[in-house]
Design a protein. Structure first.
Length: 236
C-alpha cells in the first residue's frame, strides 16, 4: 500500500473510531460543567466550606496526617499522594456550596484510599511510570514506523505496545475514581453533611465527573483498536 492511500485509510479510521469518542467526551464535559455551575451556586445548609468538608471526611476515617491547601484555577482539585496534600480550587476551598462539599469529599476519599493502601489505587500507582513512558513514546514509534520502509512494522508494533500501557492506566483509574466518589457520598450521607436534596446535588456533580473518566477510557480503548487495525493493515 502506498503512503498516500495508507494515509487516506488512516484518516478514515480516525473518523470511524475517534469522532464518536470526541462527541461523547464533549457531551460528558458539558454535563460536568453544567452540574458544577448549577450546584456551585447553591449554598449548603450547614454553611460548610470545601476545606472543612475534606477535613471532616478525613477525620471520620481516622486520617489526620493530610494537609489541605488552596490551588488556583477552576476545577483543579486533586489529591497529591507524593506530598500527602489535598489541593482544592478557589471555587471549592472556602466556598460553602453543595458542589464544594461533594468535590472536596471526593478528594478526601482519595486520601483515605492512600492511607488504607486501597489495592486498585496501588495497582494504578504501579502502572503509572510505565504509562507515562508509553504515552510519550508510543506515537514517536508509530509515526516513524509509518514512514520507515524497513522495520516499519516492528516500530509500529512497539508503539502499539507502549500505547497499550497508557490504556491500561486509564482503565485502572476507573475503579479508583468511582470508589473515591462512593466513599465521599457514603460519608456525606451517614454523617448528614448535606440534606437529602443537597446530597442529590453533590451526587449529580460527582456522577457527571465520573463519566468523563469513562469517556476517556472508551477513547483510549478505541484508539488502541484503531492502532492495531493500522498495524495489521500495513502488513497486507
Amino acid at each position: 500500500m502506498g503512503y498516500f492511500s495508507y494515509l487516506y485509510y488512516y484518516d478514515w479510521s480516525y473518523i470511524i473510531f475517534m469522532i464518536p469518542c470526541v462527541i461523547i467526551s464533549l457531551i460528558c464535559q458539558i454535563r460536568v460543567n453544567s452540574a458544577y455551575s448549577k450546584y456551585s451556586k447553591i449554598p449548603n445548609s450547614r454553611n460548610m466550606t470545601g476545606a472543612q468538608a475534606a477535613y471532616y471526611v478525613l477525620t471520620s476515617n481516622g486520617v489526620t496526617n493530610v494537609r489541605i491547601e488552596r490551588v488556583s484555577g477552576r476545577m483543579t482539585d486533586h489529591y497529591d499522594p507524593r506530598t500527602n496534600v489535598i489541593r482544592l480550587s478557589d471555587g471549592v476551598y472556602d466556598s460553602a456550596t453543595v458542589a464544594a462539599v461533594g468535590i472536596a469529599a471526593h478528594e478526601a476519599g482519595h486520601a483515605v484510599q492512600h492511607a488504607e493502601n486501597y489495592l486498585p489505587n496501588r495497582i494504578r500507582t504501579a502502572i503509572l511510570p510505565v504509562a507515562k513512558i508509553g504515552s510519550q513514546l508510543s506515537w514517536i514509534f508509530i509515526m516513524i514506523g509509518i514512514f520507515l520502509p524497513r522495520f516499519g512494522n516492528v516500530m509500529i508494533d512497539v508503539g502499539v505496545i507502549f500505547f497499550a500501557a497508557s490504556v491500561l492506566f486509564t482503565l485502572a483509574t476507573l475503579p479508583v475514581e468511582f470508589n473515591a466518589s462512593s466513599r465521599a457520598l457514603k460519608c456525606i450521607r451517614e454523617t448528614n453533611l448535606l440534606s437529602q436534596q443537597e446530597y442529590s446535588g453533590a451526587k449529580s456533580v460527582l456522577q457527571a465527573a465520573a463519566m468523563t473518566y469513562v469517556a476517556s477510557a472508551l477513547t483510549a480503548i478505541l484508539q488502541l483498536l484503531r492502532l492495531i487495525m493500522i498495524a495489521n493493515n500495513r502488513r497486507r
